[in-house]
Design a protein around this ligand. Structure first.
Ligand code: 9MR
Length: 369
């Protein structure tokens, strides 16, 4: 397969990453040779693709995209750290750069957890997606219960955005500047920011982020916009209008939190539609949940879903990459949010690659389905 693009690729194979990859292979793959055969439903490691083939990050680099994972600062060591460094070339801090963590008290910043993720990425030649600057959720209490008028709240927001982007200037490839601004029906989500400031907070946040780090790519990020529908249309109108006003927005992140078998058939066309506005697109939080425990057939269907998403991204020249939301089923957010569901990531709870991993591998490798 010919690489669809060659620009903007982070080098995929630092010595550290290679060592880490070797360590992972030795730790988890007693045998192997040749190319992937689909892993068993149980995710048996022996003879698995990941053991003998190139890591995902090398395949992704050859296709001109990034392949990333969310990581928590507390899980950068051990097996998850080794797998992440070996297989992925992009990391998104799962919670460490969110407002409640970064600025738990007004004007007092705690950068340490986010810094740890950045240091991990640097050590392993990975890029960092900053997540996120302005969201309705995971806000500190001083902010949600504070008695701010509109001007005061706007100042607080601009200061936070400026301080955080400045702290990480030069370290973050792309920021989710505004996260989840829309409701399911396509109206603006009536969270703190919209209620007090109206939609203008969005443009203001992008402008402040750009001023603080002009080199960082600035994204709006949301879920439920992957297929045709009112929310996707509303996001299209929003970003088209931001572009028209000259707001410094570079891209749209499609979170891609899917239920089994529910990857929209229109995902590729949707990403292309946004790209045609002159924006980058990226799959930022991919996972595919299912009732637990899964059977082999469900894991195969999940693999098909993962494959479809990777192939959709590869088919859109402005799609910059695919990130999974959580490396393994051991730590995914899904069971907490959807009781009785889980098994949503490419690695099982014992960090063995699942058919979903094979499917990502095959899609990035350019194998025919
Ligand atoms: O994975 C995150 C989980 O650990 C947090 O408890 C949760 C809080 O809302 O946020 C999760 O990540 C979310 C992400 O920041 C934005 N998109 C949806 C993700 C899953 O809820």
């Amino acid at each position: 397969m010919v690489s669809k693009r060659t620009l903007g690729i982070v080098a995929g194979g630092s010595a550290v990453a290679l060592l880490a990859a070797t360590a992972v292979l030795l730790a988890t793959r007693p045998s192997g040779g040749g190319r992937p055969a689909t892993a068993s439903a149980a995710g048996s490691a022996g003879g698995h693709p990941a053991a003998s083939g190139a890591p995902l990050r090398d395949l992704a680099a050859a296709r001109g995209v990034h392949v990333g994972t969310a990581m928590a600062a507390g899980r950068l060591g051990g097996i998850p750290g080794r797998i992440a460094a070996a297989q992925f070339d992009s990391v998104t801090p799962e919670n460490e750069m969110k407002w409640e963590r970064v600025e738990p008290e007004r004007g007092r910043y705690d950068w340490a957890p986010g810094d740890a993720v950045v240091a991990f990425a640097k050590a392993h030649g990975m890029q960092v997606r900053g997540h996120n600057l302005v969201w309705h959720s995971q806000l500190p209490e001083w902010l949600t219960t504070g008695d701010f008028d509109a001007d005061g709240l706007r100042d607080v927001m601009l200061r936070h955005v400026t301080d955080e982007v400045t702290h990480y200037k030069g370290e973050i490839a792309a920021w989710d500047v505004v996260n989840e601004p829309l409701d399911d029906d396509g109206s603006f989500r009536a969270g703190l920011w919209y209620r007090q400031l109206g939609a203008s907070y969005i443009a203001d946040a992008f402008t402040a982020a750009h001023a603080a780090d002009p080199a960082a790519k600035l994204y709006v990020n949301d879920y439920g916009i992957e297929g045709a529908g009112p929310k996707s249309d509303a996001m299209y109108e929003l970003v088209a209008s931001l572009k028209k006003q000259g707001v410094p927005i570079d891209g749209v992140g499609f979170q891609a939190h899917f239920a089994l078998g529910r990857v929209p058939a229109t995902f590729r066309a949707t990403m292309q539609r946004f790209a045609d506005l002159g924006l980058d697109v990226a799959v930022t939080e991919l996972d595919v949940r299912m009732p637990t425990p899964p059977d082999a057939a469900a894991l195969r269907r999940q693999a098909d879903d993962y494959r479809a998403v990777v192939e959709d991204c590869l088919a859109v020249s402005r799609c910059r990459g695919i990130a999974v939301w959580g490396l393994s089923d051991a730590t995914s957010w899904v069971p907490d949010a959807f009781p009785g569901q889980g098994a949503a990531t490419p690695y099982d709870a014992s960090y063995r690659p699942k058919p979903a991993y094979d499917a990502m591998w095959a899609a990035l490798h350019g194998d025919r389905g």
